[in-house]
Ligand binder design. Structure first.
Ligand SMILES: Cc1cc2nc3c(=O)[nH]c(=O)nc-3n(C[C@H](O)[C@H](O)[C@H](O)COP(=O)(O)OP(=O)(O)OC[C@H]3O[C@@H](n4cnc5c(N)ncnc54)[C@H](O)[C@@H]3O)c2cc1C
Length: 404
């Protein structure tokens, strides 16, 4: 039997597996459904990856190859072309490989399935169903893995960091985006990146609504309502539906594991443990969405917790729930605070806003303030709050996080 089986051979899965082997865990196997391990970076043919992990800036595919090589050198067994189709109790998995279905098990399972961009249907975009409406991830795979050019003058929907990655990907194939459309009043990517579309000559429209795709077999135009309420139309031959990431959670929803509706990922405690303690989770599956460097670091830290947990049988710990409430806060990770006396848990909780907001982020339990800190953030920015003051205050009931 394997000590740890990890589902997903992207940044987090490979980092978790490598760190486990380096820490002396003997039998570690990564299952990856694609033909090659490496995850999303494998088809991000642009910088910047690798600074935190390898001390230099790399393009995605070089970075992915290095992660795979490092994992193999550490003794990780990587199985590609293996899709996990069910998460069962007691660390049992159903897998599909070469058309055969079978079951395998391990003492612990690491969930590292990452995120995916919201589809056209999930964004409720109306209009016809022509060819040429794709996510940034699909575009990257066409451009970098298959050298295909799906369109030449697309509209980009969204303005997150990944939307800028779409612009870079287009440039590789001489594709010239004609416009970027964003629902919110300003660009979601960090301030330092905001001039990038203008530098590339791409006009941006903010505060748009009612996006509609026009075209029968292929895209002809995109219609939208502008911030002043006027209907506008821009001619285009494709649409890149970028960002609005969601955890790759289909397996979770079919399983016995608790899922957090706010993040879309599994509920975890401060040790990365899911509601069934045979399962751990790390990387972007936990929440949309972080950089590769962050996911790598998070996975390395999770490895130490998994290794420590292997010394005993997995047992469900009593826990208190962490909950976001009121205006402005979107989610918190972890969602559970285990009350055991284990060492080495996360030092901070991660929060995100639902809209630009500022105020005192306050942790309350049973009407008592446990900790408070001033925060000012936008929806795509990570907000960190230390866990130690909350644990040290010895709460006895649900911990409610509010922006006051
Ligand atoms: C378009 C795009 C551009 C980006 N650009 C940058 C950048 O420039 N710099 C940066 O730092 N970050 C960038 N990122 C973010 C970075 O790619 C992620 O932070 C990182 O890949 C997260 O790692 P992960 O292991 O959590 O997920 P992933 O890398 O997504 O890996 C998840 C893996 O799990 C596998 N998997 C899922 N379900 C199953 C299953 N049931 N069975 C088996 N395998 C399964 C998937 O095939 C995949 O390989 C970008 C992301 C995107 C989408």
């Amino acid at each position: 039997m394997f000590d740890v089986i990890i589902i997903g051979g992207g940044t987090a899965g490979l980092a978790l597996a490598t760190a486990l082997c380096q820490q002396g865990v003997k039998r570690v196997r990564v299952l990856e459904r694609e033909a090659e391990a490496g995850g999303v970076p494998r088809h991000c043919g642009h910088y910047p990856f690798g600074w935190r992990e390898f001390g230099r800036l790399m393009k995605g595919p070089d970075y992915a190859r290095k992660l795979v090589a490092k994992a193999r050198a550490a003794g990780v067994e990587i199985s590609t072309g293996v899709a996990v189709t069910a998460l069962l109790k007691d660390g049992q998995l159903r897998i599909s490989q070469n058309g055969e279905i079978s079951e395998i098990s391990a003492r612990r399972i690491g969930l590292c399935m990452g995120v995916r961009e919201a589809s056209r249907a999930q964004r409720l975009i109306s209009g016809q169903r022509p060819l040429g409406v794709i996510s940034t991830g699909a575009l990257q795979s066409m451009v970098f893995l298959h050298r295909q050019r799906p369109f030449s003058r697309p509209v980009i929907l969204g303005s997150e960091l990944v939307s800028l990655s779409a612009i870079m990907t287009c440039a590789h194939m001489g594709i010239k985006p004609v416009m970027m459309l964003e629902e919110t009043a300003e660009m979601k990517a960090r301030a330092i990146m905001r001039p990038y579309p203008a530098l590339k000559g791409i006009p941006m429209r903010f505060g748009v609504s009612d996006v509609e795709i026009i075209g029968d077999k292929t895209v002809q135009a995109v219609r939208y309502t502008d911030a002043d309420g006027h209907t506008q139309e821009v001619a285009a031959d494709g649409v890149i539906v970028s960002g609005q990431f969601r955890p790759e959670s289909a397996l979770l929803h079919e399983s016995h594991l608790a899922v957090d509706p706010a993040t879309g990922g599994p509920e975890i405690d401060q040790y990365g443990r899911c509601s069934d303690p045979h399962y751990f989770a790390t990387g972007n599956l936990l929440r949309p969405v972080e950089t590769s460097g962050w996911c790598w670091q998070e996975a390395v830290e999770t490895a130490a917790r998994v290794r420590a947990g292997l010394k005993q049988d997995p047992v469900e710990q009593p826990f208190l729930r962490l909950k976001v409430e009121g205006k402005g806060l979107r989610y918190v990770v972890p969602q559970r605070l285990s009350l055991g006396a284990e060492a080495g848990g996360m030092k901070e909780m991660q929060l995100r806003m639902s809209a630009p907001a500022s105020g005192y982020l306050t942790a309350m339990s049973a009407g008592r303030s446990l900790h408070s800190a001033f925060v000012e953030a936008r929806p795509e920015r990570r907000v960190l709050l230390p866990l130690a003051p909350i644990i040290n205050a010895k709460p006895r009931e649900t911990i409610r996080l509010r922006l006051l």
